[in-house]
Design a protein around this ligand. Structure first.
Ligand code: PMV
Length: 322
């Protein structure tokens, strides 16, 4: 028996940081993510392989459960996999290969996609047909257990897919968008620390409440206008709004020299809009390229780890083979 599952990663298109201060944001599930392949075995061994980190290990099922203890000091991607496996009981072992076609720790929701795709595959093998609500809920519980805190954005995006508007009460709703959203993601390979960056913005807000407050209000307007621009398919406006949002993210102090370089390179070669995505301080930029996408991709790839993607209208999916 073989089970294949896929869960998408995500980018934040608009509203990072301001969303922490109760302003709306827009997130997009992307058609790159995590592929999981589970193959049944006839013994009680569970073999987990994660090629991107050169990891392979064999553990034993004891009384149908995995013999595994989470090391709370380390928060590595395999912890998410083992926590998921630990939710179920199994009659027989299996081989699990987790292929991550994204950058780790770069704001693309890799841990959520790993949890969601693994949950889907492993739950089917354990004899369950979990609905999406349960998958999103369980994956978020695992994120909270390992990270201490987690917004529902990443796990929801990996589970449901689509382009999602997150309102000021953190309610998520799908944006109707029936075009392609061609994006290029470039990674400067310096990791930003989300907790520290969120804290630095909070401190600035305390120091300059009117100025930073007005910036958050402008970001709110951007996200609201962007929702309408997406619904209308107004690509020029989507690009403009991304560029304005980038300027404001710079103003609140989460931009870096490397991010700026990538942002301006993208614009120079024809991106309609480019901005950092996620917490900033490093990590990735996104460049919106309904035109010139080959040129922008080629130029960014010369200096930075880069991939092309589009939105994924679908969330987690699985296929049973045999
Ligand atoms: O880097 P990411 O994808 O975890 O995004 C962080 C987004 C922030 O708005 C900065 C923080 C948050 O929890 O929303």
């Amino acid at each position: 028996m073989k089970i294949k599952a896929f869960a998408p990663g995500k980018i934040i298109l608009f509203g990072e940081h301001s969303v922490v201060h109760k302003k709306p944001a827009i997130a997009v599930a992307i058609n790159r993510g995590v592929h999981v392949e589970l193959t049944s075995r006839n013994d009680n061994i569970v073999q987990v392989t994660v090629p991107i980190i050169d990891y392979s290990a064999e553990l034993e099922l004891v009384d149908k459960k995995l013999n595994f203890k989470l090391d709370s000091q380390k928060k590595i991607i395999t912890d998410y996999i083992y926590e998921v496996i630990n939710l179920f009981e199994f009659d027989k072992g299996f081989n699990l290969t987790v292929n991550i076609e994204m950058y780790l720790g770069a704001g693309l929701g890799s841990s959520a996609a790993v949890s969601v795709a693994t949950l889907k595959a492993v739950s089917i093998y354990a004899g369950f047909d979990l609905d999406k609500k349960t998958i999103a809920h369980k994956a978020r519980e695992i994120e909270i257990k390992i990270q201490g805190a987690a917004s529902p954005i990443d796990t929801s995006m990996s589970t449901y897919g689509g382009i999602i508007f997150i309102d000021e009460n953190f309610e998520l709703s799908r944006i109707n968008f029936d075009m392609q959203l061609p994006l290029i993601v470039s990674n400067c390979e310096i990791s930003g620390n989300t907790g520290k960056l969120v804290e630095s913005v909070r401190i600035k807000y305390e120091k300059y409440p009117k100025i930073i407050g007005n910036i958050f209000t402008a970001m709110e307007q951007i996200a609201t206008d962007a929702k309408k621009a997406l619904e209308k398919g107004d690509s020029k406006k989507i690009g403009h709004l991304m560029n304005i949002n980038q300027g404001l993210l710079d103003a609140i102090g989460v931009n870096t020299v490397e991010l700026s370089d990538m942002v301006y390179e993208a614009r120079k070669y024809g991106s309609l809009g480019s901005k950092l995505t996620g917490s900033g301080g490093g990590g990735c930029i996104i460049a919106y390229c309904p035109e010139n996408s080959d040129e922008v991709y080629e130029q960014l790839s010369k200096k930075y780890a880069t991939f092309k993607c589009e939105q994924s209208d679908y969330g987690v999916q699985a296929k049973l083979i045999d």
